[in-house]
Ligand binder design. Structure first.
Ligand code: CO
Length: 133
């Protein structure tokens, strides 16, 4: 078993501040980490749920993949982040099983993590992020 935890469930939103306010007032959730990742054109907030997170994310520019996603699909579930001990090993295992990598090599993610994305096509219609802390 390469998975150690659900790291986060990511939800794409138009207005990050409004989304945080909704989770805070409706569920009493609190933001543990907020980060703007310019390389990916993403502004994100991580709200802790036990050992996992809800990740609210929005695009920071017109050509950001999140902005394009929001234009095409609207707000909603964007991807699931699975926590693994070794991102490279999990990526290789998924590729061997027939999954299609978006990242062919692990790369830096937010919070100092190492990540790799797997394309929804070939992964049961779900965008998967492998997260090594
Ligand atoms: Co993510």
């Amino acid at each position: 078993m390469l998975l150690t935890e659900i790291d986060h469930v990511a939800i794409a939103v138009h207005d990050l501040d409004a989304a945080i306010e909704f989770y805070e007032s409706a569920l009493g959730a609190t933001v543990e980490h907020r980060e703007r990742v310019d390389r990916d054109g993403v502004d994100e907030a991580m709200l802790k749920v036990a050992e996992s997170y809800i990740q609210l994310l929005t695009g920071t520019r017109d050509d950001s993949p999140i902005t394009k996603y929001l234009e095409k699909r609207g707000e909603g579930l964007h991807h699931v982040g699975y926590r693994v001990d070794d991102c490279a090993e999990a990526l290789a295992s998924m590729v061997k099983a027939g999954a299609r990598p978006i990242d062919t090599e692990p790369r830096p993610g937010s919070r100092g993590s190492t990540i790799a994305f797997i394309h929804p096509k070939g992964a049961l219609g779900t965008l998967i992020e492998l997260v090594q802390e």
